[in-house]
Design a protein around this ligand. Structure first.
Ligand code: FMN
Length: 172
């Protein structure tokens, strides 16, 4: 029988929510990814869900370092960000972060709440918002427009529907 593992890293909870939904759908318990990759035994499908912070996804370097352990398993990555889906940006993120590893990347929209961010993250996001606000609308990438639109607001876009393409891929 096919067995799956769901690993995740989540700072503010949206990615964790998706990981728990994935665990439910795939019949396993989602596990938070620590500093080392857990034993994956006979799991033949592995999903890693990670939040996007300043264009990067923590945890991908650990997958890269363990590529031999993951060989032969069907690995997919779910990136959770605040921006609307942007295939070009997701592809660029994979090229920057996966060091040539062939891993399908999926996307789910998470949440945004500056009042729950720690001081460092809130400061970083406000600096980014200021920098983006100086750009003309034509220069704005989709994530920049979303960043401005969400400034100072609490938004939650989490929705199980985002997981359908990933689950369909794993079932095929
Ligand atoms: C410091 C910081 C930087 C972020 N940078 C990005 C980004 O580059 N692109 C994006 O789509 N979302 C970005 N976000 C939004 C997060 O990806 C979003 O809040 C997501 O839900 C985070 O997952 P989590 O709730 O599991 O931590 C950023 C959030 C923070 C706090």
């Amino acid at each position: 029988m096919k067995k799956a593992a769901v690993l995740y890293r989540s700072k503010y909870g949206a990615t964790r929510k998706y990981a728990l939904w994935l665990g439910e759908a795939l019949g396993c318990q989602a596990q938070e990814l620590g500093r080392t990759l857990p034993e994956l035994g006979d799991c033949d499908r592995v999903v890693y869900a990670g939040g996007i912070y300043a264009g990067g996804v923590p945890g991908l370097s650990l997958l890269r370092e363990n590529r031999e352990k993951l060989a032969g398993k069907r690995l997919v990555v779910l990136c959770v960000g605040a921006s609307p889906y942007d295939g070009k940006a997701l592809k660029a993120l994979g090229e920057r972060s996966l060091g040539g590893m062939e891993v399908p990347l999926f996307y789910a929209r998470g949440a945004w709440d500056e009042s729950r961010m720690d001081w460092k993250d809130r400061t970083l996001c406000r600096l980014l918002q200021k920098a983006v606000a100086r750009k003309s609308p034509a220069e704005c990438e989709p994530w920049m427009a979303a960043l401005l639109e969400s400034a100072g607001q609490a938004r939650d876009w989490t929705d199980r529907a985002w997981l359908e393409p990933l689950l369909a891929y794993l079932e095929a």
